[in-house]
Design a protein around this ligand. Structure first.
Ligand code: NAD
Length: 280
C-alpha cells in the first residue's frame, strides 16, 4: 500500500464502503453454520443473531432435544434452521453432525464450538475431585477438540475458508482461588484454539475464541442457585466498564458474529474477551 488513501468521487474509498447501510445487516449472508450447545444461553442468542445476519443455514446441535427442536421451528422460513441431537463427548455424534450438515447444505462455513458446562464445585487443589474433573473435561475440552477436528477435516476437504470459534471463558488463565477444574478446562480450550489456528492456517481456516465474563444464562443461574434478576444484580457492580447495564448473551453473540464474518478475515489464533473488565 502506498500510504495514500485512494480518492473516489471526492471521498476516501474506505469511507464509501462504510457508508453502505445494508452491508452491516448481512454479515453472514448464505453461510452454513453449526452451533453446538445452541439450544440455550449464549448458543441460543447466537442462533438468533446468525438469522438476523442472513445466515443461509444453521444446524443447532445439543442434547436438549425439546428445546432445540422448538428453537429451530421458531425460526420459520427466515433461515433453513434444523436441530440435530449431538452429544459432543461422543466423537461419533460430532462426526455425523458434520457429515449430515454437508449432505443437507453442501458445505460448512462456520463451526461455533460452544457446548460446555460450568463447574458445580468450588474446589481448590486440596479438595480436587478427579471424577467431576473428568466429566468437565470430556465436554469442555474433548467436545471442543472433536468439533474442531471434524469441522476442520470437512473444511480442508472442501478447500473452504472456514471460521471456527470456540467458547472459552474469562476464567481461562486466571490464578483463581477456587473453581480449579473449570479454570483448567477453559485454559485448555484457549491452548487448543492456539494449536488448531496454527495447524489450520495453511488451509485458510481461522480458529478463534470468545471469552465471556459472567453472563446470565440457565447454566449460570443453576450453578449459583439464583434467579435471573438476582444473578444479574450480584454481578452488576463488578464490571469496571460502566455501560448500559450488565453483560448480556447478545454482547457475546455480537463477538461471535464478528469472528464468523469476513470482517475478521485476517484474525486467527485470537482470544477475544467479552467481559467489560469484570473484576471478581
Ligand atoms: P447453557 O447451559 O445455557 O448452554 C449450554 C448448552 O450446552 C446447553 O443447551 C446444554 O444442553 C449444551 N450442552 C451441555 N453439554 C453438552 C454436550 N455434552 N453435548 C452437546 N451439548 C451440550 O450455558 P451457557 O452459559 O450459555 O454456556 C455456553 C458456553 O459459555 C459454555 O461453554 C460455558 O462454559 C461458556 N461460558 C459461560 C459463561 C456464563 O457466565 N454463562 C461465562 C463464560 C463462559
Amino acid at each position: 500500500w502506498s500510504g495514500e488513501p485512494a480518492v473516489v468521487a471526492g471521498s476516501c474509498w474506505n469511507v464509501e464502503l462504510l457508508a453502505d447501510p445494508k452491508a452491516n445487516n448481512k454479515k453472514l449472508q448464505d453461510k452454513v453454520a453449526i452451533i453446538t450447545g445452541g439450544a440455550s444461553g449464549i448458543g441460543e442468542a447466537t442462533v438468533h443473531l446468525f438469522v438476523d445476519h442472513s445466515a443461509g443455514a444453521i444446524v443447532i446441535a445439543d442434547i436438549q432435544d425439546e428445546k432445540g427442536e422448538e428453537l429451530a421451528a421458531s425460526i420459520g422460513n427466515r433461515c433453513a434452521c434444523t436441530y440435530v441431537h449431538c452429544d459432543v463427548t461422543k466423537e461419533q455424534d460430532v462426526e455425523s453432525l458434520v457429515q449430515s450438515t454437508i449432505q443437507l447444505h453442501g458445505r460448512l462455513d462456520i463451526m461455533f464450538c460452544n457446548a460446555g458446562i460450568l463447574s458445580q464445585s468450588m474446589q481448590t487443589i486440596l479438595e480436587f475431585d478427579l471424577s467431576s474433573y473428568e466429566k468437565l473435561f470430556a465436554v469442555n475440552v474433548g467436545g471442543v477438540a472433536a468439533s474442531i477436528k471434524h469441522a476442520g477435516q470437512a473444511m480442508v476437504k472442501a478447500n473452504s475458508r472456514g471460521s471456527i470459534i470456540c467458547t472459552a471463558s474469562r476464567a481461562a488463565g486466571l490464578a483463581s482461588d477456587r473453581n480449579t477444574d473449570y479454570v483448567m478446562s477453559k485454559s485448555s480450550v484457549v491452548a487448543l484454539m492456539r494449536c488448531a489456528s496454527t495447524q489450520l492456517a495453511p488451509h485458510g481456516i481461522r480458529v478463534n475464541c470468545v471469552s465471556p465474563g459472567p453472563v446470565e444464562t440457565p447454566a449460570l443461574c443453576e450453578t449459583l442457585g439464583m434467579g435471573a434478576a438476582d444473578t444479574e444484580s450480584m454481578f452488576s457492580r463488578m464490571f469496571r466498564l460502566k455501560n448500559d447495564g450488565v453483560l448480556k448473551v447478545k454482547h457475546v453473540a455480537d463477538a461471535v458474529v464478528f469472528l464468523a464474518s469476513e470482517e475478521s478475515q485476517f484474525i486467527t489464533g485470537h482470544n477475544l474477551l467479552v467481559d467489560g473488565l469484570f473484576q471478581g
